[in-house]
Design a protein around this ligand. Structure first.
Ligand SMILES: Cc1cc2nc3c(=O)[nH]c(=O)nc-3n(C[C@H](O)[C@H](O)[C@H](O)COP(=O)(O)O)c2cc1C
Ligand SMILES: O=C(O)C(=O)c1ccccc1
Length: 386
């Protein structure tokens, strides 16, 4: 992979545009970006995207308890930000988290995010709960890398069918989300009595699926309500256990990552089951109020896993320094969630692109200024406890 120059070229381009009187169109500072995006959204979409605020603050506090100790005079003129996962090379350790119902914040929705991810070169994880079918997102991305996230439903035929479709659409890995087998008590959504599926949003993969359609009394075009009801009936499956993972292995050739692992004993169970990777995540603080911050869960999990399989972290990644902290504590990659949705809410596809290009520039410069040329050099010594 070519040495990185994300940072310097982006800075130069922005400063030069400034000479022509042009300023960035969207807030560069991530807190201001969030505020501006919140102001641009409907109260229902804002409530849905935010979820539970106290668990999110817990995630942020965990990042703030670690500080980077920059190192000097180490020739960082050429940098390589790339990583390799499951035998594939990716340009940076960033991927876009699977986020359902993107259509509620902007009409560009999933297609806009897919085009932006492909343009910027950050792999995208398709959510099962996308408003458009995964094939449409794949088409919008050309050859750019994508993974698929599965909400493991009660309908085995649908599960098998959607896994085959994801493989067919060029997804390179399968993320199985374990922490959302019920939707949490989310006060804002309950207050707004708002669930996007009831309005037909987020059902693209279901309505287009032959197995799902076979289970309906009439086609969804004739009887949308019956389709929504069936979706609500099968969407999640709280009866799953570790034994069910064999079914998955028999239905996909892709590497399997489990998303939502927070306890080292669960990490051990995943290793015993022959799982290929873990996503250490508390679902962006959206499921269990008072859950451990994912960054705090990472070191004990990294100890158990001991390099046997890749670890990915999400929940609270907001800027480059957070990525360095996660990698120093044992992750090989991270997922960005809400920040790209804020870009989408403010500027559709262009907004997502801008947020991601700023993130990459920050990542390149912060890695260099911390004294590192590549991720292999980042380790426990990189950080100190605040
Ligand atoms: C609006 C919204 C929808 C989400 N939908 C999904 C989903 O469909 N599948 C999934 O595995 N995770 C979903 N997540 C969780 C994200 O994948 C990710 O774990 C979380 O957003 C990361 O935290 P961050 O937003 O702080 O970066 C969703 C998160 C949000 C904010
Ligand atoms: O809202 C969520 O956090 C989430 O994961 C989800 C669940 C179902 C459909 C879409 C998103």
């Amino acid at each position: 992979m070519a040495p990185s120059s994300y940072g310097l070229s982006r800075q130069t381009q922005i400063y030069l545009s400034g000479l022509q009187g042009q300023r960035p169109r969207f807030p560069v500072d991530v807190e201001q970006l969030e505020q501006a995006a919140h102001a641009a959204m409907s109260p229902e979409a804002r409530g849905y995207l935010s979820g539970m605020t106290e668990s999110m603050q817990n995630n942020r506090a965990a990042f703030e308890r670690w500080h980077i100790i920059p190192r000097m005079l180490r020739d960082v003129s050429e940098r390589d930000l790339s990583i390799s996962l499951f035998g594939k090379q990716y340009p940076t350790p960033l991927l876009l988290a699977p986020i359902g119902v993107q259509s509620i914040v902007h009409t560009d929705g999933e297609a806009g995010v897919a085009r932006a991810a492909a343009a910027v070169g950050i792999p995208l994880i398709f959510s099962t709960a996308s408003t458009i079918p995964l094939e449409h997102m794949a088409e919008a991305m050309g050859d750019a890398p994508r993974w698929f996230q599965l909400y493991w439903s009660k309908d085995a035929d649908f599960n098998a069918s959607i896994l085959a479709r994801a493989e067919q659409a060029g997804c390179e890995a399968l993320v199985v989300t374990l922490d959302t087998y019920l939707l949490a008590w989310r006060a804002q959504d309950i207050q707004n009595a708002y669930l996007p599926f009831l309005l037909g949003q987020g059902l693209g993969n279901y309505l287009s699926d032959p197995a799902f359609r076979r289970a309906l009394p009439r086609p969804p075009e004739e009887d949308p309500q019956a389709a929504i009801n069936y979706f609500l009936q099968i969407f999640t499956n709280p009866s799953l256990t570790w034994n069910d993972l064999t079914w998955l292995r028999n239905h996909t050739r892709l590497p399997i990552l489990l998303k939502g692992i927070l306890h080292p004993d669960d990490a051990q169970k995943a290793l015993d089951a022959g799982i290929d990777g873990l996503i250490v995540s508390n679902h962006g603080g959206r499921q269990v109020a008072g859950a451990i911050a994912s960054l705090d869960a990472l070191p004990p999990i990294a100890q158990v896993v001991n390099g046997q399989i890749p670890l990915v972290l999400d929940s609270g990644i907001r800027r480059a320094a957070d990525v360095i902290k996660a990698l120093a504590l044992g992750a090989q990659a991270v997922l960005i969630g809400r920040p790209y949705m804020w870009g989408l809410a403010l500027g559709g596809e262009e907004g997502v692109k801008e947020v991601l290009m700023n993130f990459l520039a920050d990542l390149d410069l912060t890695l260099a200024l911390s004294g590192y040329r590549s991720w292999t050099e980042v380790c426990a010594d990189t950080l100190t406890r605040a």
